[in-house]
Design a binder for this molecule. Sequence first.
Ligand code: SF4
Length: 115
Amino acid sequence: MSQDISRRRFLTIAVVAAASAPLALRSLSAEAAAPAPAAAAKPLPKLALTDATAKALAYAEDATKVKHAAFKAGSNCANCNFYKGAKGSASGPCTLFPKNSVVSKGWCSAWAKKV
Ligand code: SF4
């Protein structure tokens, strides 16, 4: 009985370790590849409306002109949970577009209310 529990516990630990190893390695490599503070301050290039993901998510730079079925009145990048720009900024990073900045007055169909 206790051998069963030990075996089960060992297998659980092995599965958790195997599952988390890639995450740990990714974290380590991300730290190694982390840019110097001066480079991190460099602004991201503006998201192009022609970007494939932007198109797929119906990204627009002016939320007031959006006619998308998923659009909720008053929603825009600035009040989206994925927007990481400073409060009051004209543009900033978005978790969904890690290589670009988005317009704070923009919108896309992935909008989620800021928590
Ligand atoms: S996920 Fe949010 S912040 Fe990013 S583009 Fe869409 S609405 Fe803007």
